[in-house]
Design a protein around this ligand. Structure first.
Ligand code: ZN
Length: 238
């Protein structure tokens, strides 16, 4: 069995529930690799081999050592049945189309990690919000974007099927971090001649909910606008 562990839901984030509801130390009990964000929607998180990195909206990347820091939304897993892959001339369009078809991902959750030299990387970083929190859609309209050329680094993240597209981002949700750990964020576009890494398909989804959080328990989800809002907030460029 291969398990993807998700804490919180994207629907709750869309509603503006940005308070952290799981500590880093608790999250790491469920996985050594993953992505997420911190309380207040503070930045973009990359978890690589138990090391937690946070890109904040100034562009700075922090190595998180405070295990009591909390996160409202995160996905993690322990590598179990990884397949090695090499991809040539790869960009988001290729991942969205060829890769998904070739590996028959449409109805499954999957993990992807790719490393190498990138010709071009475009990322964005969610800026920290203060209470009263806006909705994720409001935040999404004002997110700093950064680009880098000729940078070596790693893409890490997950694929989710369309039918789960309200609890998490449907399709690819990928973050990037450079090898020197100075450049990171939510991946919008990239272009690389050759990347190597691994991917893994999960047969089990563990969805953890912040049941002790009052805002989460009281929050109302607007199903009519949820998917469009998620597409704008979490979509990738291609
Ligand atoms: Zn992200």
């Amino acid at each position: 069995m291969t398990t993807l562990y998700e804490h919180g839901t994207l629907a709750a984030l869309m509603a503006g529930n940005f308070d952290g509801t799981i500590t880093v130390s608790d999250l790491l009990k469920h996985g050594s690799m993953g992505i997420g964000t911190f309380t207040g929607l503070d930045g973009e998180v990359v978890i690589l081999n138990n090391e937690v990195y946070q890109a904040v909206s100034s562009g700075q990347v922090n190595h998180i050592i405070d295990m009591d820091a909390t996160m409202p939304f995160a996905s993690v897993h322990f590598p179990a049945e990884q397949q090695d892959i090499t991809l040539r001339n790869v960009n988001f369009a290729k991942l969205n189309n060829d890769f998904v078809k070739e590996h028959k991902l449409a109805n499954v959750f999957a993990f992807l990690q790719l490393s190498g030299e990138f010709k071009h990387v475009k990322i964005r970083i969610a800026p920290k919000q203060e209470k009263p929190y806006p909705t994720l859609l409001d935040v999404a309209q004002h997110q700093p974007e950064f680009t880098a050329e000729n940078i070596s680094g790693t893409i890490i993240g997950y694929y989710a099927p369309d039918i789960f597209g309200t609890i998490t981002a449907a399709g690819w949700h990928l973050h990037f971090i450079s090898d020197d750990r100075q450049f990171a964020g939510h991946l919008l576009a990239f272009d690389a001649p050759k990347l190597t890494g691994s991917f893994e398909i999960f047969d089990n989804l563990e969805q953890h909910l912040p049941i002790h959080n009052k805002e989460f328990r009281a929050s109302e989800v607007d199903m009519a606008t949820l998917r469009d809002g998620i597409a704008i907030s979490e979509g990738n460029a291609e």
